[in-house]
Design a protein around this ligand. Sequence first.
Ligand code: ATP
Ligand code: MG
Length: 196
Amino acid sequence: MGGTFDPIHHGHLVAASEVQAQFGLEQVIFVPTGQPWQKGHEAVSPAEDRYLMTVVATASNPRFSVSRVDVDRSGPTYTADTLSDLRALYPDAELYFITGADALEQILSWHRVEELFELAHFIGVTRPGYSLDDAHLPQGSVSLVEIPAMAISSTGCRQRVHAGLPVWYLVPDGIVQYITKRGLYRPDDAGPAPEW
Ligand code: ATP
Ligand code: MG
């Protein structure tokens, strides 16, 4: 499951857990992006912070792990590279790529799209506010899965922290603490971090 994970939140974790269970996956590998090419115009937190938050949030689940392939590759992140790197690391594995409905809508605009469906089977999961359909995607290349609706986005979490609102229960406790410790998403002129 690729993502910016800026920050990782319970929508990501529920999606991963639900797909793991429904498909009987051995593990779900979270792959934080390097410099995300479609988000180049926005400020994205340092890759190392996003990587560490992903590790913190997934550490307690024996079926979850985190890969550095995108963080360690220089240049923009393309999912075709992500999947090729994972294929090299796990030559015998059956690879699935988990995306939310919003990302699935965008998929045809992705780099080297014709390769993508040969590299992995795609799993599109429901996400509040987006419709999930595969009408425009190659037949048989994508499975659509209904998951518990979590109306949470990283953008919303960043905006809340920026405005001084809590993100408790939207993200794991360790992520609330990590965001506070590193002063992520706070306005430059904000005083000391709230005490929680
Ligand atoms: P941002 O608001 O910064 O775009 P995001 O919440 O969309 O953040 P991403 O890191 O962009 O999170 O998403 C990684 C993957 O997780 C994408 O495939 C996205 O569709 C999926 N995803 C994110 N949030 C949810 C959610 N609440 N429910 C289902 N899928 C989700
Ligand atoms: Mg997103």
